[in-house]
Design a protein around this ligand. Structure first.
Ligand SMILES: NC(=O)c1ccc[n+]([C@@H]2O[C@H](COP(=O)([O-])OP(=O)(O)OC[C@H]3O[C@@H](n4cnc5c(N)ncnc54)[C@H](O)[C@@H]3O)[C@@H](O)[C@H]2O)c1
Length: 347
């Protein structure tokens, strides 16, 4: 009988909302040991490490990444920190899973992608929607031509409550925090984008316009294939979290929407009622677990994880073009990225 493979000893960097969720997945994944949790806020690191019984915690990400005990690093700190952390982890030869977005500027992300490619370390970007069962089936179906020639793409992502002004000022903004998910699917399903045109508005706080960060956007897309698309992002629905993905082809249409909290629909008086999904952690819980499971399976098998760094870069370029279009008031073409390649799920 062969011995069980050595567990993949993992470091989690960032113990906020997303990090706390990933910590529970890491602590319960067979073949993975969550060895340490690091956060710039020591209390957050301690809290999350205690929650999942991780043996070590601290505030020094650089020292923690350098630890020879560590095989893999899961990065769940804010977008502006991703580039530097990826660079350090790649130089140390670690397998890397990084939350979206890849970074906040295309120049830095391009440089970081080159470093990762040169280091040859496994890398996966956190576009978890691909691991949502319905979305995964639609991706596979469209890739196999099951809807014929794709003609239209529609994606909507909407958060329940708008951010405070302080949170919006600190954030990477709607074009990177929110749009990147829709863009990942647009590129994976429809291929390269020729042109994006953006309308943006500040519906929840007029000051958002002053800092160039709209909370509501409508983005139209023209793909190189000739297909057309539209993406709607809102940071305040007033009712809950919602995503809609709709792909139209010459041979049919696929729609993914799962905004119900459970399978109960109540028919009473003059209403039909279903409990709404409150937030993305509930909507995509299974997908978040699925993406980490796929990452570790790829690392263990010596396969390149997917979606990889080229897709992270390609999405960043498309989101940057959408933001540029909002600022400049005319349609823009995404910059070409290295290794971005053509259409398809593989990256
Ligand atoms: N895939 C998704 O659906 C999804 C959803 C939400 C957030 N995210 C992404 O996850 C990342 C984190 O978002 P969040 O909502 O958890 O943010 P958050 O603010 O809740 O948590 C971020 C944590 O990182 C810590 N931190 C800041 N700088 C650090 C550094 N240099 N080293 C170590 N820790 C540091 C902060 O103290 C904080 O605890 C972002 O990239 C965000 O875009 C992805």
């Amino acid at each position: 009988m062969s011995a069980a493979p050595r567990p993949i000893r993992t470091l989690l960097v960032g113990a906020g909302l997303m990090g706390a969720f990933h910590a529970r997945t890491l602590a319960s994944t067979i073949g993975v040991v969550l060895h340490a949790v690091v956060d710039a806020d020591g209390d957050a690191a301690t809290r999350v490490a205690r929650d999942v019984d991780a043996p070590d915690h601290g505030v020094d990400a650089v020292a923690a990444i350098a630890d020879e005990e560590i095989d893999a690093v899961v990065i769940a700190s804010p977008a502006a920190t991703h580039g530097a952390l990826i660079e350090i982890a790649a130089a140390a030869g670690k397998a890397i899973f990084c939350e979206k977005p890849l970074g906040v500027t295309l120049d830095e992300a391009t440089r970081v992608a080159r470093i990762v490619a040169a280091a040859g370390v496994p890398f996966q970007i956190g576009f978890q929607r691909r691991f949502d069962p319905g979305t995964a089936r639609l991706l596979a179906l469209t890739a196999a031509g099951g809807l014929g020639t794709i003609e239209t793409f529609r994606s909507m992502t909407a958060d329940p409550t708008g951010p405070t002004f302080e949170a919006m000022s600190r954030s990477a903004g709607i074009f990177h925090d929110t749009l990147s998910h829709d863009m990942d699917l647009a590129l994976a399903i429809c291929g390269d984008i020729e042109e994006v045109a953006t309308l943006g508005a500040s519906m929840t706080d007029a000051r958002f316009a002053d800092i160039g960060k709209p909370d509501t956007t409508i983005i139209t897309l023209r793909f190189a294939s000739g297909a057309l698309g539209v993406i709607e992002n809102r940071l305040r629905t007033g009712y809950g979290y919602e995503t809609v993905l709709e792909v139209g082809g010459s041979g049919g249409k696929g729609v993914v929407r799962d905004d119900a909290l459970d399978s109960l629909t109540l028919f009473r008086d003059d209403r039909i009622e279903r409990a709404h999904v409150p937030w993305f952690l509930e909507r995509f819980a299974e997908a978040y677990r699925g993406e980490l499971s796929a990452f570790f399976a790829a690392v263990r098998a010596g396969r390149a994880p997917d979606p990889g760094i080229a897709q992270g870069l390609r999405v960043l370029a498309a989101c940057e073009a959408a933001e540029r279009s909002y600022r400049e008031g005319h349609p823009c073409r995404p910059h070409r990225t290295e290794g971005g390649g053509s259409a398809g799920v593989a990256s």
